[in-house]
Design a protein around this ligand. Structure first.
Ligand code: GLA
Length: 606
């Protein structure tokens, strides 16, 4: 029996009138040692519920598997929520959007271009059902029917913005039910008649996603669903950032006034986000409408709790609003956490990536055209393509179909240009100094599209490469996964530095390699910590790359901005000596980076 039910104008929990005051917080974007802290702060703001998506791509990196530990120990997250007295709204997708790589659809699935994603195509629903067969049994004890905290489960995500295959939604609802989910089911869609109609399912509660125009949006919901609870399943109180755009913020007083409007109207709410967290590793998604636009590493979202878990202006403003409508714990609001004293880290060792590519990955030889990252079995990271060019002279290198997503081109090790999917670039004028020169193309996957019809777009070199019309055949393709598995691994500071563990810092260091030499390279440095605390990695003078501390993959940095610092959660640090590794793709003017006590997410829109 479902603990949560609906009446003509609201929810009932165990038969009593109940209003959901929830906040979104994705366990997979927060270091697991910080889950308890963040959940406590949710309760202290006055939330009675937290909401989370479930990312299929991480929980099932290969068909037939299920990863449920470290960052992905969802049962533990649910237990912690319960011990904080919080209810949980679970949004298992299978598609989650969320500015998350591929919208959460695993790349082993999206690689098969024949499969019609998010439809009743049996090749999609079979894969989905096999996943639910593994995912749901360990979650069932945490559903309210078994005494656990999960009171409702979402079916798909904003499906009305994507398709109208009601049979698929019915299949999904049935799949949840037949595998033991008795809780209230709901759909969520943007609050307009078309989306609500296409994404709703008879017998399943419809909720809306909106951040403003509260009265109009609630009216749209009411017009669609004449009775039952009104719920904003995503009340957008901030927004996400793309590389190269200003940092998004929303005024706290404005967001709080809209929260008050929602609660005054008697609606239930899920604040998106209460705490955004971080796209650690290679987990960020991308938009692709007219152009490809990858999401930055921070998912701060200008949320109530900042990326580092500190209460921001919205935390206090929302707490005040909630207190007008519901009981808020009579305990002091949390204070910001201690930060590490600022320090500089010298990067003293450097190893060229191009010179050591075959140590990092065994190349796959193809006799004709280069193959995509998917064909190399790469879920994320980089691929280095190497060939010998039989001709010389000035001409144009053409990459048919473009690149996914950013390619750096080198001739005999010297950089000759960059092509970006963002700018629709497919051609590069070059001068080849000699017949027999080595052409290297280092391609970066900048994140899988998470919204719209382009989910699953290919990465790497996407077609034949020609030089002035002559096809370049015969490539060594190096799959440089770096650490696609980082989030599966142990999350503590003692985890093996698998990610970059094979970088030959000790043996291959050339005395001639100075930190400020140009060209893609790994840089290594150490720093001392007395007592671990949160800190922010600031990289002035560095261009673009990835950062790891003690083997933990913090994510991508880029001087294009807006984001200028990377969040370093305290639990990845250890007392004593800590290791920093950077993969710098271009060049640095500085042989050092800084650990600061203040985040810098970049300039906001004037
Ligand atoms: C939609 C999606 C969410 C997220 C937000 C924007 O509402 O459902 O997953 O992508 O947009 O942050």
């Amino acid at each position: 029996m479902s603990a949560l039910s609906t009446s003509s104008d609201g929810f009932r929990l165990h038969g009593e009138p109940f209003r959901i005051i929830s906040g979104a917080m994705h366990y997979f974007r927060i270091h697991p040692d910080q889950w308890a802290d963040r959940l406590r702060k949710a309760r202290l703001m006055g939330l009675n519920t937290v909401e989370t998506y479930v990312p299929w791509n991480l929980h099932q990196p290969e068909p037939g598997t299920l990863v449920l530990d470290g960052f992905l120990d969802l049962p533990r997250y649910l237990r912690l929520a319960e011990s904080e007295g919080l209810h949980v709204l679970l949004r298992p997708g299978p598609y989650i959007c969320a500015e998350w790589d591929g919208g959460g659809l695993p790349s082993w699935l999206t690689t098969d271009t024949d499969i019609r994603l998010r439809t009743s195509d049996p090749r999609f629903t079979d894969a989905l059902d096999r996943y639910l067969d593994l995912l749901l049994p360990p979650l069932l004890p945490h559903l309210a029917a078994s005494g656990g905290p999960v009171i409702a489960v979402q079916v798909e995500n904003e499906y009305g913005a994507y398709g109208d295959d009601t049979a698929y939604l019915e299949h999904l609802a049935r799949s949840l039910r037949t595998r033991g989910v008795e809780e209230l089911l709901f759909t969520c869609d943007q609050a307009d008649p078309e989306h609500l109609a296409a994404g709703s399912l008879p017998g399943v509660l419809t909720t809306g996603t909106f951040g403003s125009r509260i009265t109009e949006s609630l009216a749209q919901l009411r017009a669609h669903q004449p009775e039952g609870p009104l719920m904003c399943a995503e009340f957008w109180i901030g927004w996400f950032d793309h590389w190269g755009e200003p940092h998004h913020v929303r005024d706290a007083a404005d967001a709080a006034a809209d929260l008050d409007r929602l609660l005054s109207a008697g609606a239930s709410v899920n604040i998106y986000m209460f705490h955004g967290g971080t796209n650690f590793g290679f987990t960020n998604g991308a938009n692709h409408d007219h152009a490809y636009e990858p999401i930055v590493t921070s998912y701060d979202y200008d949320a109530a709790l900042t990326e580092s878990g500190d209460p921001g202006p919205k935390y206090h403003a929302f707490r005040e609003v909630i207190a007008r409508h519901a009981p808020v714990p009579d305990e002091p609001a949390p204070a910001p956490s201690r930060k590490l004293p600022p320090t500089a880290v010298e990067l003293t060792r450097r190893v060229s990536l191009l010179a050591h590519a075959s140590v990092l990955a065994k190349p796959v030889r193809v006799d004709a055209d280069p193959v995509t990252m998917e064909e190399l079995g790469l879920r994320a990271g980089y691929a280095l393509y190497r060939t010998t060019v039989p001709v010389s002279g000035a001409g144009v290198l053409r990459f048919a179909g473009g690149v996914g997503d950013r390619a750096q081109v080198f001739v005999d090790g010297a950089p000759v240009g960059v092509l970006e999917r963002e700018r629709h670039e497919e051609a590069l004028p070059v001068r080849l100094p000699r017949a027999g020169a080595t052409l290297d193309v280092l391609v970066e996957n900048m994140g899988g599209v998470n919204y719209g019809p382009r989910i699953g777009s290919r990465k790497g070199l996407l077609g034949p490469v020609t030089f002035d019309g002559t096809a370049l055949h015969g490539w060594d393709c190096h799959p440089l996964a770096m650490d696609a598995d980082a989030m599966d691994a142990d999350a503590d500071a003692d985890a093996d530095a698998d990610a970059v563990g094979s970088v030959p810092f000790a043996s291959a260091q050339s005395p001639a390699e100075s930190p400020v030499d140009a060209g893609p390279a790994f840089h290594h440095g150490t720093f001392e910590v007395r007592t671990p605390a949160d800190t922010f990695l600031s990289l002035p003078g560095w261009t673009k790359g990835q950062a790891w501390i003690n083997g933990f993959h913090l994510g991508r940095y880029w001087n294009r901005g807006p984001q200028r610092t990377l969040y370093v959660p305290a639990p990845v640090l250890r007392p004593g000596t800590n290791e920093l590794v950077l993969l710098e793709l271009q060049a640095t003017t500085e042989p050092r980076v800084h650990l600061t006590d203040t985040p810098d997410l970049g300039p906001v829109k004037p």
